[in-house]
Ligand binder design. Structure first.
Ligand code: FAD
Ligand code: NAD
Length: 435
């Protein structure tokens, strides 16, 4: 038990019974040829039936006592640090990280592997666990990642370049095996390649970036990343929100696009500092992209009945994935409404896609509001106002579970939040996207 990286809890899950299923689920890589041959003592002939009394007796024999108050106090202070282990076959090296957390998903795992430098960051609640090594031998940069969600185990499989036996995994690099609050963990950037750049409106473009082969990075819904570029000899960093390349193709098939591609809709400000530089990038050029940041949690959408999205200009970007996810994955949803504030008709992003989506899915409604319309516009106009909001924010049921997301220029968001409070929406019912 002391040796096993998953510890006592993990082992006791199979105590006194046939552990084959559990073993296959979490230990497929510990195979007969490389390790287990040595441990074979005979074949299990009969599956024993274990009486309740016997289990009780066994617990006492192992000295296991019910968890006392001390353990609970420790658990309340934050998650315990993960640990890791590794194993090899002739052609593969498997790194196993034991987080002992139940809510670990692929979104929690960030891998960057280039040449022999291997970096794996695991996000656990507000903490970050880092493995950072110079691997002892060469491997392919691409790795496969698997998460066993119910036990919080992460398996990263690397393919050896040569079939030699490794004596050790690698040399520790900066902050290896550290577990720190996320806010104290430094920002890591990987170089992504520009694959395509398409006009969306007269001043916004859809950029497609490709992650390097050794990177595994899922950006959680509602979160953003930072781009870094050197402009006039100075490093400049600005946040951008990944979205999908279309509202409709992703709506039909959320897994269509490989996780290697990231899509960003970016407004180019001719007199801005950063976006003209982005606009000048050629296909094949690279941009440094950080790991995800942000405080939106997808759990805010669970059990939701009414979703209201208030977006102004490029403040539309975080709404895209939230909308797609809610329509496809939240069965309790009755209504999703977007009020989209733009200056003119030419500034409306993805107008025809939004209209088509509202036609195809009757739960979705969109309303465009223009602040500088031409005389031909017969829709809503003006800035965000209590009158517009109180008419728009109608619950489908008196006490329906509601979430209002708001994003846009700072004055828009600040005024909007104040108006929402006046309309008696609680803090929990409002999520604002700010810097
Ligand atoms: P800036 O140099 O910041 O200038 C922007 C505009 O303001 C220009 O017109 C400029 O002339 C004017 N300006 C600058 N300084 C002043 C001043 N002192 N007085 C008056 N005017 C001034 N943008 C997107 O397009 N897509 C996204 O997905 C996206 N996601 C974001 C996510 C977050 C969390 C945040 C906070 C912002 C996001 N943004 C997004 C905005 C983005 O980060 C940049 O602010 C934007 O791209 C402008 O950058 P810039 O350096 O080109 O312009
Ligand atoms: P814009 O200048 O084209 O304006 C769009 C609409 O915003 C206007 O039509 C108007 O209705 C409203 N608006 C603008 N100024 C206002 C004011 N002073 N008071 C009330 N309403 C006002 O918008 P843009 O250039 O696309 O800017 C989008 C903004 O959204 C940027 O500031 C960007 O930083 C922000 N943004 C934030 C996030 C985030 O996650 N925090 C993501 C994307 C964009």
């Amino acid at each position: 038990m002391e040796y096993h990286p998953g510890g006592e809890d993990e082992l006791m899950r199979a105590a006194g019974s046939d552990g084959t299923d559990l073993f296959d689920q979490v230990h497929r890589w510990v195979n007969y040829e490389s390790m287990l041959k040595e441990c074979l003592v005979g074949r299990m002939a009969v599956k024993p039936t274990v009486s309740k009394d016997y289990q009780e007796e066994k617990k006492t024999l192992n000295g296991l006592l019910p968890k006392g108050p001390v353990t609970e106090i420790v658990a309340k202070e934050g998650p315990s640090s993960p640990s890791y282990d590794w194993f090899q076959t002739d052609s593969l090296v498997t790194i196993v990280i034991y987080t002992k957390q139940k809510d670990i998903t692929l979104d929690s795992v960030i891998i960057d592997h280039q040449d022999d430098c291997f970096r794996a960051e695991i996000i656990i609640e507000d903490y970050s666990y880092l493995m950072h090594l110079r691997l002892s031998h060469k491997t392919e940069e691409d790795s496969s990642v698997r998460v066993v969600e119910n036990v919080g185990k992460i398996e990263i499989v690397l393919e050896k370049k040569e079939n030699t036996s490794w004596k050790f995994l690698g040399h520790p690099l900066e902050n290896h095996n550290s577990f720190t609050p996320k806010k104290d963990a430094g920002m890591y950037y990987r170089k992504c390649q520009l694959i395509s750049k398409e006009d969306v409106t007269h001043n916004t473009k859809l950029f497609c970036l490709k992650l390097p082969p050794g990177s595994h990075l899922h950006i959680p819904i509602g979160q953003h990343v930072y781009f870094q570029q050197t402009i006039g000899g100075t490093e400049v960093v600005k946040p951008y929100t990944p979205m999908s390349n279309s509202l409709l193709s992703d709506f039909k098939e959320p897994t269509l696009h490989s996780n290697k591609f990231l899509f960003f809709l970016i407004k180019i400000y001719p007199s801005g500092l950063f976006t003209p530089e982005l606009d000048h990038l050629e296909i094949g050029d690279s941009v440094s992209v950080s790991s995800p940041k942000g405080n939106f949690k997808v759990s805010q959408l669970q059990g939701l009945e009414d979703l209201f999205l208030l977006a102004a200009g490029t403040g539309f970007t975080p709404m895209v994935r939230i909308l797609i996810y809610t329509l496809t994955s939240i069965p309790s949803l009755r209504k999703a409404k977007l009020m989209f504030f733009s200056k003119t008709e030419n500034d409306i992003i993805w107008r025809s896609q939004l209209e088509e989506l509202s036609y195809k899915d009757k739960r979705f409604e969109v309303e465009f509001v223009l602040s500088a319309p031409t005389s031909e516009w017969n829709g809503k106009q003006g800035y965000i106002s209590p009158a517009l909001l109180s008419e728009f924010l109608k619950r489908t049921l008196d006490k329906s579970k509601v979430l209002i997301c708001i994003c846009g220029p700072t004055p828009f968001t600040e005024q909007g939040i104040r108006m929402l409070h006046h309309l008696n929406f609680s803090k929990d019912e409002i999520h604002s996207f700010t810097g």
